[in-house]
Design a protein around this ligand. Structure first.
Ligand SMILES: C[S@@+](CC[C@H](N)C(=O)[O-])C[C@H]1O[C@@H](n2cnc3c(N)ncnc32)[C@H](O)[C@@H]1O
Length: 319
């Protein structure tokens, strides 16, 4: 579809002030360098630019060409947008001769325009081609993947990334369904899943978990998050802030564990009891964990599952 014919869909930024406040862009830090790893429709980026001084700099990333098209309308000389994953943050910064940044923001997952445009194939509510790629310029669509993947791997993805207890039945139904007719639309997949799911969760469409799982797999969301967190950490200046907003427990678990490991906070799965005096110096300080207010959730129901975590690079940490 010609992108110029797509009506512009809106994204309501979650935890807008809270996330930008957490970057602490003030005093000397207003002339720092910041990264918005998930530009979306630029709600956070625009607010960061409002707070930045004349010498400050903001580098934004997004995998989605439609987000990039929006970002390119920002003509501010302090701003630059990169079409690519935040997993490439380190090499992109290195390519610009930037050794350290003062803050990194990641507002994970998909934007409302991606969900609301049926042609992107993310939604089980509207019929559209079964695509689900954030970056439509590369990689395999969900339809292509479901056409070729083994039943065992489909089951594993749906179980691991959707935490779906009917993963076995759904994978079986997908493989039986594709033998009759290629699964090329969101509605077709949603119907196959609905028949395979035996008991319904209250208030939840039976396709919710499967769509989430396939989307995470197609976009390699969790693997890229791990790489992005590590890259952001290595590039953070002392006292630099890392602010991450997650929208489901799999993401939040990764963020929580990453920050906790850098802050020497004991992990439930750490086997050996380690005496405090034997622990290495913490490299990060945990600053806050926050959820949207009831008023924000009432105004924007998509904010309901958001969790924001903030950590700061310790000043004494080795670079
Ligand atoms: C929740 S939206 C961000 C909204 C944004 N903060 C705003 O205020 O408009 C998430 C965006 O991140 C992008 N995205 C998700 N994972 C990404 C990744 N690994 N690298 C770059 N962009 C990513 C998606 O394409 C989407 O546009």
């Amino acid at each position: 579809m010609n992108m110029e014919t797509v009506p512009e869909l809106q994204h309501r930024t979650v935890l807008l002030d809270e996330a930008v406040d957490a970057l602490a862009i003030q005093d000397a830090r207003a002339s720092g360098i910041y990264v918005d790893g998930t530009f979306g429709r630029g709600g956070h980026s625009r607010k960061i630019l409002e707070r930045l001084g004349a010498e400050g700099r903001l580098i934004a990333f997004d995998k989605d060409p439609q987000a990039i098209q929006q970002a390119e309308s920002i003509t501010d000389p302090r701003f630059e947008v990169v079409h690519g994953s935040f997993a490439s943050l380190e090499e992109v910064l290195a390519g610009r001769g930037i050794a350290q940044v003062d803050g990194v923001l990641l507002d994970l997952g998909i934007s409302s325009p991606q969900v609301d445009d049926a042609a992107r194939g993310f939604s089980f509510r509207a019929d559209g081609p079964l695509d689900m790629r954030m970056d439509t310029t590369r990689g395999m669509s969900a339809a292509e993947w479901l056409a070729t993947e083994t039943e065992q791997n489909i089951e594993k993805v749906i179980r691991d990334y959707g935490e779906e207890r009917f993963a076995f039945q759904i994978a079986k139904a997908i493989v039986a369904g594709r033998a009759v007719r290629p699964i090329s639309s969101t509605r077709q997949l949603a119907e196959i899943v609905a028949h395979a799911v035996k008991t319904r969760e209250k208030g939840k469409d039976p396709a919710t978990r499967t769509f989430q799982a396939i989307r995470i797999y197609i976009n390699q969301e969790l693997a890229e998050l791990e790489v992005g967190l590590n890259g952001a950490f290595r590039r953070l200046a002392p006292a630099g802030r890392m602010v991450v907003i997650s929208f489901h427990s799999l993401e939040d678990r990764i963020v929580k564990r990453f920050m906790a490991s850098k802050a020497n906070v004991p992990q439930p799965d750490r086997r050996l009891p380690i005496r405090a005096k034997d622990l290495p110096q913490p490299e990060m300080k945990l600053l806050s964990k926050l959820k949207p207010s009831a008023a924000e959730v009432a105004a924007n129901p998509r904010a309901r599952s958001a969790v924001m975590r903030v950590a700061e690079r310790c000043t004494g940490a080795a670079q």
